[in-house]
Design a protein around this ligand. Sequence first.
Ligand code: SAH
Length: 399
Amino acid sequence: MQAHALSDTGSFDSSAERLNLVGLAPDALAEFFEGLGEKRFRARQIMRWVYQRGVLDFSEMTDISLRLRRELQQIACLDLPQVIRVEESADGTRKWLVDVGGGQAIETVYIPEPNRSTLCISSQAGCAMDCSFCATGHSGFNRNLGAEEILGQVLLANRALAAPGESPAPHRDRRGSRQGLPGSSSSITNVVFMGMGEPLANYKQVVPVAKLLTDDHGLGLSRRRVTISTAGLVPQIRRLAAECNVALAVSLHAPTDEVRDELVPINRRHPIAELLQACWHYAEGLASRQITFEYVMLDGVNDSLRDAARLATLLRDRPAKVNLIPFNSFPGTAYRCSSPEVIERFCTHLRSRGIVATIRRTRGDDIDAACGQLAGQVTNRVRARLGDKRFRGARICAQ
Ligand code: SAH
């Protein structure tokens, strides 16, 4: 098979027609080498260089023959998207503005904490879900990111954090073993698909990335340290359960369809009861792990004790935990965040009803890197919006 026959699964450097191997699924990479008359295990060798040692130059891959290295330089590449700007928050949170071509830019956020450090990655340029309280949705949707652009965010953050002069202390587990991505001094221990975009609307590109993040020859993270967050695309949740059982977070945000229809318009297509059925099905494959339900706290909209009681009824005795997110404001929004007392009271009420609940500490809001503040630079290409009153569910997914 010729390298260019892979145009469905990889992306080409258009100037030279070279296939970018970053983000290519292990099977597709093995097929690529077979097409060159090589053994399939070359795929594992390349994966270890790229994902475990952070090497992006074929000439440095010394366990590969000189002849093959030269051939790879002609027909393939290992390109990462370009960083336009980096900002660092007073709390150590870092945000990269990343160029994805065509005037579009997406954002990636690194959130260091005492016991772990999380990289929050984007899966689309913009978002078509049109959630009424989210800055990304307000700027509209442009396009799905390719696997190389999604995984490229992890590689570029990893390189930046491992660069000379950077010394983020690697996290250690209880036994003192080093955690985080292999082969670098970076401290990324968790990856969450909670940046710009709806990951399950870009299923074909997101799933190979999730698999490479957890593959032993890839980045080697445990499945519970990779989280896909969704607004509630039910068919894709069911598919994911069968294909790639990483941790799941669901943006619930309201205990009734009436309120959720307004906040998360995809609810009109897949209402709460249907969504929760898919969640409990998903949880069966998680071996006693829970699904996280995200719940943004909006003053006077979804934050009453009655809402808390209803939420508890939905989730009681289920493999569920609730993460309350203080609403992060952005220009042009009419929503306000619930007061700290109201959030605390809501949380206490859930706990009194036996629900595991936490309040997410806001990070990086001084650089607009907090949940829902990522806007990047996106040109809207969607005419009908999910949240439009007159528009009821004719077109749902971005693809
Ligand atoms: N499309 C995915 C990922 C979105 S971002 C999803 O919907 O889950 C991750 C979380 O941030 C989601 O729960 C999202 O609803 C929440 N969020 C969006 N805007 C927010 C805002 N302004 N303040 C707080 N959280 C917000």
